[in-house]
Ligand binder design. Structure first.
Ligand SMILES: Nc1ncnc2c1ncn2[C@@H]1O[C@H](COP(=O)(O)OP(=O)(O)O)[C@@H](O)[C@H]1O
Ligand SMILES: [Mg+2]
Length: 584
């Protein structure tokens, strides 16, 4: 390890200038000043090195020592991550509290994970086996929900000379290879370097959120990226938290960059109490939380999304499907902007540095579905769902625009819908999914052969709704053709009964694809029966007054189980009720 030393020459907020560190390496960490604060080298110019410091720099002064061992900013990966609450540089919040008495004190040295804790290790390899990077050596029941697969780290491999079984800890090796190479329970990985995999796989399955407007109209593929921009109060945080609770992912990594002061403390106090709706077990058993509260230095916030995605990749490598949630990436971009301005860099649009999009790309492009490293075939995925908070809700600003370049799905939140309490407040016509073509096969195979067609019909109906609303503005509803009045009526029904979904209702919050399909099926059966009645000469008023509509409006309150039967019965009622309406 290469050690370089220098002396503090200047301090500006979270950045520190150091002189005399000849040979220092970019993006390696340093211990700064007499408190030994953690910093990272972000600029080198001749013998002048600039650091971003992850802790408060108040009180450090010129002339104090800085030392670097040439190690990049890294996270510790291994059992104990799940249920964890960490800050942006993976310091466990509870440990810091214990050590420092309630609040974050500077220079506190705590291990990211408890290396002395013992775990029950079940080897699946034995002496004499040849192993390669990514191969699973054995398993540990990390929590009641998740089996931790202990893997050969990238760069290691060979013939096993010895492998442990039973109680193991980070204090000693778990596997010895020929030529004196050791594999430990914990591995360090640089946060800014993507973890390797064998191959990237095309998206072919949706990431199931249980939210109808997302799953049916605007799906994101497993391994894809969705961005959720929206002004204040449009429901970004509720979207992220609903996905954390209900999405069909094995692991959730939640990076919170707080918008409001108390938001993060709410997460810290509420999250551990939440129950997994399917298993009834605590949600934290499959969750890792990285938080930045507003009193933490900006540099730690800058690092947090890379810390989060590295942890997400590690679980992906085990073969899990991981949801990487960021709320909100705009707070991260602001940290980047603040550091850049301290460096007196030439600002780009709205003061953000010109490398904003490049940096964002280094985060977003780590999403994906992959064939994991290792001899056995194993796939894993990281799906990124990232909230963006454009100031004033104006999507033309740089962070939204840069994020859009990497997004496969856009869930654009709309203040008008939120104001009308239509949640999730997704503007379905302003949003998009680029995954439709790739996922259509899956929909046809796994949901129903006419699912794609029904989705297309819903989409056309919603487009027609917007056109008709514009027309009504000018000529009034009475002047519409009867068939258009009917279309508008059913479009409004679909909007309220299908697109609108409460995150807080036990029954409504998560819908299976089967339920979504049967809801659509019922709505279009209603449209068809009503159209037939209209053709037969029934008054439009009689059709619109038909009481069966009320039952359609309430079908979301029916549970997932047994829904198809209920929907079939309802379709029968719709058909018989409309066939009995009398002609004029
Ligand atoms: N899916 C939803 N179902 C019901 N209410 C919602 C939903 N989404 C948002 N809300 C309401 O909107 C409020 C603001 O949402 P929030 O996610 O905090 O907004 P943002 O993070 O965009 O500022 C919530 O407190 C809640 O009352
Ligand atoms: Mg929010």
């Amino acid at each position: 390890m290469k050690e370089t030393r220098g002396k503090i020459f200047g301090v500006a907020g979270p950045t520190v200038m150091v002189k005399g560190m000849t040979g220092a390496i970019m993006n390696t960490v340093c211990l700064v000043g007499r408190h030994g604060l953690l910093g990272e080298i972000i600029r080198i110019k001749e013998d002048m090195v600039t650091l971003q410091v992850y802790e408060d720099t108040v009180g450090i002064s010129v002339g104090e020592d800085v030392i670097s061992y040439g190690i990049p900013l890294s996270v510790t990966l291994g059992p104990g991550l799940l249920t964890g609450l960490f800050d942006g540089i993976q310091r466990p919040l509870d440990k810091i509290r214990e050590t420092a008495g309630g609040f974050l004190t500077r220079g506190v040295k705590v291990e990211a994970l408890d290396l002395d804790r013992t775990w029950d290790f079940t080897p699946i390899r034995k002496k004499g086996d040849t192993v390669a990077p990514g191969d699973v050596l054995g398993t540990i029941e990390e929590t009641e929900r998740i089996t931790h697969r202990v893997m050969v780290p990238p760069g290691l491999g060979g013939v096993i000379k010895e492998i442990k079984s039973g109680k193991v800890s980070g204090a000693e090796y778990i596997c010895m290879l020929e030529r004196g190479k050791f594999i430990e329970l914990y591995q360090e990985w640089p946060v800014r370097r993507p973890r390797p995999f064998k191959a990237k796989l095309p998206p072919e399955e949706p990431f199931i959120t249980g939210q109808r407007v997302f799953d049916t109209l605007l799906p994101v593929a497993e391994g894809g990226t969705a961005i959720v921009p929206g002004g204040f109060g449009t429901g970004k945080t509720v979207v992220e938290q609903t996905i954390a609770k209900f999405s069909r992912s094995d692991i959730v990594v939640y990076v919170g960059c707080g918008e409001r002061g108390n938001e993060m403390s709410e997460i810290l106090s509420d999250f551990p109490k939440l129950k997994d709706p399917t298993s009834g077990l605590p949600l934290s058993l499959r969750t890792v939380i990285v938080v930045n509260t507003s009193n933490m230095p900006v540099a730690a916030r800058e690092a947090s999304i890379f810390t989060g995605i590295t942890i997400a990749e590690y679980f992906r490598d085990m073969g899990y499907s991981v949801a990487m949630l960021a709320d909100s990436i705009s707070r991260w971009a602001e940290a980047l902007r603040e550091i850049s301005s301290r460096l007196e860099e030439m600002p780009g649009e709205e003061g953000f540095p010109p490398y904003l999009a490049t940096q964002l790309g280094m985060f977003y492009e780590r999403s994906g579905k992959v064939m994991c490293l290792g001899s056995e075939d194993r796939t894993g995925s990281v799906t990124v769902i990232s909230a963006v908070s454009p100031p004033g809700g104006d999507f033309s600003e740089p962070v939204t625009q840069a994020s859009l370049r990497f997004a496969g799905t856009l869930w654009a939140l709309d203040p008008d819908l939120a104001y009308r309490r239509h949640f999730p407040a997704v503007n379905w016509l302003a949003s998009f999914s680029l995954f439709h073509a790739e996922l259509d096969d899956w929909f046809g195979r796994e949901v129903a052969e006419d699912m794609v067609r029904l989705r297309g019909r819903l989409y056309s109906l919603l487009q027609r709704q917007t056109e008709l609303k514009d027309i009504i503005q000018i000529i009034g509803v009475e002047a519409l053709q009867e068939s258009d009045r009917l279309a508008l009526e059913v479009a409004n029904l679909a909007t309220d009964a299908f697109l609108k979904q409460s995150a807080f209702s036990e029954v409504d919050a998560f819908n299976t694809y089967e339920k979504q399909y049967w809801m659509l099926k019922t709505i279009f059966a209603y449209l068809e029966s009503a159209e037939a009645a209209l053709k037969r000469g029934v008054f439009i008023e009689t059709i619109l007054d038909s009481p069966v509509k009320g039952r359609l409006a309430r079908m979301k309150e029916e549970p997932n189980e047994g829904f198809s039967g209920k929907a079939r019965a309802l379709i029968g009622e719709v058909e018989s009720e409309f066939s009995m309406l009398e002609e004029k």
